[in-house]
Design a protein around this ligand. Structure first.
Ligand code: ZN
Length: 114
């Protein structure tokens, strides 16, 4: 489960950092796959998907059997934030997934990056 660094933009340094961390943790989960990365205007206003700083991850099989605890631990060890959206979520839910983002909710705005 690895994701390539996107083209350069204002967000490139943050994206690069995010994906280095994500790929480091994600290497232990070869069965996982990414269902969503960038989202444009359809995303919630402050969603980190808009800036390439969030990814949605799914696994084959029943969501009740996904390695949620292990994935959360691995991602958090890299400083990432995991939201369990297997049963629904705040942003335009498209099916069971685990949402992984670079920063805590509200950080981009409070840090003046938006
Ligand atoms: Zn998401």
């Amino acid at each position: 489960m690895a994701v390539a660094t996107p083209p350069r933009s204002r967000w490139y340094p943050y994206q690069r950092d995010f994906l280095l961390r994500f790929n480091r943790a994600g290497a232990a989960f070869p069965a996982g796959y990414v269902t969503s990365f960038y989202r444009g205007a359809g995303a919630a206003r402050d969603s980190q998907h808009r800036f390439g700083l969030a990814l949605d991850v799914a696994f084959p099989g029943s969501p009740s059997r996904w390695p949620v605890r292990q994935l959360r631990a691995a991602m958090e060890a890299q400083g990432l934030v995991v939201v369990d959206e297997r049963r629904g979520g705040s942003d335009h839910w498209t099916g069971p997934h685990l949402h992984v983002q670079r920063f805590p909710a509200g950080y981009l705005r409070s840090a003046g990056l938006l």
